[in-house]
Design a protein around this ligand. Sequence first.
Ligand SMILES: NC(=O)c1ccc[n+]([C@@H]2O[C@H](COP(=O)([O-])OP(=O)(O)OC[C@H]3O[C@@H](n4cnc5c(N)ncnc54)[C@H](O)[C@@H]3O)[C@@H](O)[C@H]2O)c1
Ligand SMILES: N[C@@H](CCC(=O)N[C@@H](CSCO)C(=O)NCC(=O)O)C(=O)O
Ligand SMILES: [Zn+2]
Ligand SMILES: [Zn+2]
Length: 382
Amino acid sequence: MATEGQVITCKAAVAWEPNKPLVIEDVQVAPPQAGEVRVKILFTALCHTDAYTWSGKDPEGLFPCILGHEAAGIVESVGEGVTEVQPGDHVIPCYQAECRECKFCKSGKTNLCGKVRLATGVGVMLNDRKSRFSINGKPIYHFMGTSTFSQYTVVHDVSVAKVDPLAPLDKVCLLGCGVPTGLGAVWNTAKVEPGSIVAIFGLGTVGLAVAEGAKAAGASRIIGIDIDSKKFDTAKNFGVTEFINPKDHEKPIQQVIVDLTDGGVDYSFECIGNVSVMRAALECCHKGWGTSVIVGVAASGQEISTRPFQLVTGRVWKGTAFGGFKSRSQVPWLVDKYMKKEIKVDEYITHNLTLADINKAFDLMHDGKQRNSDFIQNARIS
Ligand SMILES: NC(=O)c1ccc[n+]([C@@H]2O[C@H](COP(=O)([O-])OP(=O)(O)OC[C@H]3O[C@@H](n4cnc5c(N)ncnc54)[C@H](O)[C@@H]3O)[C@@H](O)[C@H]2O)c1
Ligand SMILES: N[C@@H](CCC(=O)N[C@@H](CSCO)C(=O)NCC(=O)O)C(=O)O
Ligand SMILES: [Zn+2]
Ligand SMILES: [Zn+2]
């Protein structure tokens, strides 16, 4: 039955309140307006940022909402003026938009885009500042401009990347967030050179992708730091060459690393979201040139600190969003690299579940003991 122009009623996982289990509801999804695309989501993964917003610690978290931002699907219909995708196209929604027209996009200096960010930050669509989701007339907020924990979602046309129709959507959904973030932190933000010594704090999906990126960039030593020693076995497969558990040391972890590396690492990456670790990651960098990249998302109200002398003496503190990748332009390129077996994706998946089991997927994400390996779950939605 043709659905174009119709309201679609489908299943979605609704976060009614912070920290309360998601509820599978029948949700009405309005047709796309001008500049919008309605996507049938086939597969979505979970990211820790979904859990962070769900926890209530995200200042941009609004409830009730439909979370989810790491997914793949097929375009169901498009609104007026949409030219770059059409029904039937295989797509990856991109929480980081790319309009190619705004000050940010034209700067050549950043992958951030300003076109829809103010609307996506308050859970609505740009066109009429309203949500396309509702339950019996009550609006449900969008999240990160993607809301992929729904069988259908509406996104801005600047927030959708058209990908190779032959790519397996149950795998490449992971290219919507964590894997590109880690790879890009190394390739785009830090620009790690061959021979570099790299330290990675936190060996979840993002940290593992940093390791994969650092290995590809030719790093000579890749030091993984995690409070969970079980992470090392898996991390070796992604390129980590040495492992440190801070719990095994009495000295501050930055001192341990400086001692092990003749003065510090060339590049470090904080992939946890812990502001104390962010400081350690900066301070384990080599005097004169060491660069530390903040990848983790810290909760509202948290602040970073260090002695300014750390920067005066040449260390550089940076951050990255989506690994610096331009989403619509480069997500298809990452999909092609996966198809050519140049980057891993399958190896990051630990579980396949149905939408009905989405709370279990979050439990698995939070409870390392129940998992074979400790990164992402691919919660199947169909
Ligand atoms: N900047 C971005 O664009 C972007 C994109 C995706 C995810 N993120 C953020 O990146 C972070 C990591 O995401 P993830 O999915 O890999 O998370 P994860 O929870 O799977 O991994 C974090 C790892 O850090 C370890 N850890 C926790 N506390 C530690 C400590 N004090 N010292 C050392 N290790 C410690 C944990 O054992 C775990 O292995 C999250 O904050 C997430 O929100 C940012
Ligand atoms: N809403 C949060 C900010 C969260 C944040 O930093 N998001 C990252 C992506 S995390 C993906 O898992 C990001 O890219 N930010 C840039 C942007 O959102 O434009 C808060 O306010 O603390
Ligand atoms: Zn994410
Ligand atoms: Zn833009």
